[in-house]
Design a protein around this ligand. Structure first.
Ligand code: SF4
Length: 258
């Protein structure tokens, strides 16, 4: 079984300057496998796109993720060896085709890989690793880039962590209520900046591509992600605090997403 796989979301590259090949590790999110891989998950478990949206709801996809998650917990040594082999193969193919090599380890999880498998980052200095995370205060190697996922927990502390990350030049991501309906070519426009804690920060359209690294997003930016799901679940997500309700920007974005 291959651990790293590709999907359309990872491969979206509109707006990227260079050609990238990105592969990711998809486990079963939060405790849906019976084992917890998202220690800091909040109500995002109810709305997680990795579980409830698109091809993630297919039985075969769920079963493959379950197998990988079981493997991760049941035989860590073998799992690490297989993951190292997959990254090496991915890097070899990227070199052969002359594209840049990216790996997202937490496609459907939020695990601290810098603690679980620190050798991986040393072994592949030329590979660009990146992830979203809800863990506070992770210290990661230079070739591993994290975007902090803002949750309702942050609102309770007046976004203290969020502001600290932004002021330190790190990026944060916020799920917002701006329309996302690619099937009907309706992708709502995002605002260009956002005020948090009385300060204005530039935003990045997080749906244009998946590659969350400073080279593409800049530093101290707020990555806005449109909520994916039904209108009903979006309203519930707003009520829970997981999804931010932003003022409507007029107009519809060019249909660059799918
Ligand atoms: S932490 Fe991320 S991967 Fe885990 S349940 Fe929440 S949204 Fe999904």
């Amino acid at each position: 079984m291959y651990l790293l796989t590709q999907n359309r979301k990872l491969q979206k590259s509109a707006g990227l300057k260079d050609n990238w090949q990105i592969m990711g590790l998809s486990l079963s999110p939060h405790n849906s496998s019976g084992r917890q891989v998202c220690k800091y998950a909040t109500s995002c478990t109810e709305f997680c796109v990795l579980e409830h949206v698109g091809h993630s709801v297919m039985k075969s996809v769920k079963e493959a993720r379950q197998r990988k998650t079981d493997w991760f917990f049941d035989d860590r040594t073998w799992f690490k060896e297989a993951l190292g082999l997959d990254v090496a193969e991915h890097q070899r193919r990227c070199e052969k085709t002359g594209v840049r090599c990216g790996v997202r380890l937490n496609v459907g999880s939020d695990l601290p890989w810098e603690r679980i498998f620190p050798e991986l980052f040393e072994r592949f200095p030329g590979v660009c690793f990146y992830d979203y995370t809800k863990w506070p205060n992770r210290i990661v190697p230079n070739n591993y880039h994290l975007t902090y996922s803002v949750s309702e927990r942050d609102r309770k502390t007046d976004n203290k962590h969020v502001l600290r990350y932004l002021e330190a030049g790190s990026n944060v991501s916020i799920v917002c209520n701006v329309e996302y309906n690619p099937a009907h070519h309706r992708i709502g426009k995002l605002q260009q900046s956002i005020t948090i804690g009385g300060k204005r920060y530039k935003t990045v359209d997080g749906d244009r591509h998946d590659l969350r690294i400073p080279e593409t997003d800049g530093r101290g930016r707020v990555v806005l992600l449109r909520y994916k799901g039904s209108l009903k679940s979006r309203n519930e997500a707003i009520k829970s605090g997981f999804c931010w309700s932003l003022p409507r920007s007029p107009g519809v974005q060019a249909p660059i997403l799918n």
